[in-house]
Design a protein around this ligand. Structure first.
Ligand code: SAM
Ligand code: SF4
Length: 485
């Protein structure tokens, strides 16, 4: 990998000043223009555009947000300047998600808004999962689009952009048959306190409901030396917290002769001078070994948090989903995590209403939640997706039933979180400050266990500062506290 120069937003330059925008921390939306049509209408389409300007809006998961950081870095390195509205940009990019139907609909609505751009000479580009899923059909559906590129083809972006710059009207990068990862010389960093590092791309797991294996291509890991070099460069540019990313991050297999295991890679990152926190997401239960728990226990820099999606508490449904573990095997991993010396916080993803899910299966999911006592859960109603095997399964659960199950699940999880957070009142945690709280006069940050803490401080607080905070109040989704002097 070449030299990675990190461009961090002004929020970092303003360390100490709470000039912080939640959108920047989310790293995703950079959506300064929520209503592109309005801003476009207010501009004269014939007005000369700066030929090297881009607008980039991101939909979906953390992987997409980080891909956008890399795409933005690539464009900045090519002399492009980022602008805040599609109206100002020569190149308008949407990095898209198609994991659930709603996400895909949102993207198509945005593309519909862009029709007004037709004939203005702008290049509209669709990147990411929806681009891969729909392919060149996007050109038919939205003829004002000039570029379609899936994430497995981002390495071809230089050529695709050169084609556009050379006058080509329609260019596409849709090849998923690759063993390469997307490494950039320059990565624009949107989150001022957390540096993201992709260690593995794609997915080989083929869960029956999921588009990711077809939209992101096969699993391919980066050589450990390249990963550690990026961590070192992040530390040099002032980051103290990093997060390893991958759809199944713990399926990491070092392709270099070092053959570092995932747990060894975590420990090596934790050993980089200046790094105080190392996180990773998302873990797949099948590849979650004891060595990861041992590494967390042995290495204070490894955060006390594991996100371990279960999807369902019923072995019958897990089999139909092709998750490759049973309820009992999952619970064995949970027991291993709970037997750790450190209090490792555990969060998950759950899908309700998968085809064939009965009331009894759903009850098993609720009972698993009671047993595990998750600190957080992302819960979803099953959404049938194109080209997935779940489409062919009988026993579709009616939408009203999915909605009802989801509401029950969310309420149960809320109660669990409220009780678990209440037990933390009176304790003191080290909080990494990531900005101003929505509560006036307070700051916000996260504990090693990834809990959000809003806190008051008599003295000034710096962005990126580690602050000891005593917890005084607990809600289901966050904690409130005071800085300990
Ligand atoms: N790779 C991760 C894993 O294996 O858990 C997560 C990938 S996906 C981006 C995030 C979550 O979306 C999944 O864990 C699953 O709960 C949910 N999801 C994926 N496909 C879905 C679908 N068709 N309907 C509803 N939820 C879905
Ligand atoms: Fe999708 Fe399953 Fe791969 Fe996760 S492990 S990305 S849910 S196929």
């Amino acid at each position: 990998m070449g030299t990675l120069i990190d461009v961090r937003l002004e929020a970092l330059a303003g360390r100490g000043a709470p000039a912080f925008s939640p959108e920047l921390i989310a790293g995703a939306a950079i959506a300064a223009c929520d209503t592109p049509t309005q801003s476009c209408r207010t501009r004269d389409p014939a007005a000369a555009l700066d030929a090297r300007t881009f607008y980039l809006e991101t939909f979906g998961c953390q992987m997409n947000a980080h891909d956008s950081e890399k795409v933005a870095g690539f464009l900045l390195g090519r002399g492009y300047r980022q602008v805040e509205t599609p109206g100002e940009a020569q190149l308008v990019l949407y990095n898209t998600c198609s994991i659930r139907e709603k996400a895909a609909q949102k993207v198509f609505a945005r593309l519909g808004d862009m029709k007004i751009m037709q004939g203005t000479g702008k290049w509209i580009g669709v990147l990411g999962c929806l681009a891969q899923q729909e392919g060149e059909e996007i050109f038919e559906r939205a003829p004002w689009v000039s570029l379609v590129c899936g994430s497995a083809s981002y390495r071809n972006l230089p050529g695709l952009l050169a084609d556009l710059e050379g006058g080509n009207q329609r260019v596409a990068g849709l090849d998923t048959d690759t063993d390469e990862t997307f490494e950039t010389e320059l990565t624009r960093r949107d989150n001022p306190v957390r540096g993201y590092v992709t260690i593995i791309e794609g997915c080989d797991k083929s869960c029956a409901y999921c588009v990711v294996p077809s939209t992101r291509g096969p699993e391919r890991s980066r050589p450990s030396a390249s990963v550690i070099e990026e961590v070192r460069q992040l530390a040099d540019s002032g980051f103290t917290e990093i997060q390893f990313l991958g759809q199944t991050v713990n399926s990491y297999r070092d392709p270099s002769s070092r053959r570092m295991s995932f747990a060894e890679l975590l420990a090596a990152a934790a050993g980089v001078a200046g790094i105080r926190r190392v996180r990773f997401t998302t873990s797949h239960p099948r590849d979650f070994g004891r060595d990861i728990v041992e590494a967390i226990d042995a290495t204070p820099q490894l955060c006390e948090h594991v996100h371990l999606p279960v999807q369902s508490g019923s072995t019958r449904v897990l089999r139909a989903m092709r998750r490759t573990y049973t309820r009992e095997e999952y619970l064995e991993i949970v027991a291993m995590l709970k037997s750790a010396r450190r209090a490792i916080s555990l969060t998950t993803d759950i899908i309700v209403g998968f085809p064939g899910e009965t009331d009894a299966d759903f009850e098993e999911t609720l009972s698993l939640m009671d047993v595990v006592q998750y600190d957080g859960a992302f819960t979803f109603a099953f959404s049938p997706r194109p080209s997935t095997d779940a489409l062919r399964l009988p026993g579709a659960v009616p939408e009203e039933e999915k909605t009802a199950r989801l509401a029950i699940l969310m309420q149960r999880q809320r109660e669990i979180q409220q009780a678990r957070n209440a037990a933390l009142v009176g304790e003191t945690f080290e909080v990494l400050t990531d900005g101003a709280s929505r509560r006036e006069g307070q700051w916000a940050g996260r504990t090693s266990s990834n809990r959000v803490v809003n806190f008051a401080s008599a003295g000034p607080v710096l962005l990126g500062e580690y602050v000891p905070v005593r917890i005084t109040k607990a809600g289901p989704n966050s904690l409130v506290g005071e800085r300990v002097i």
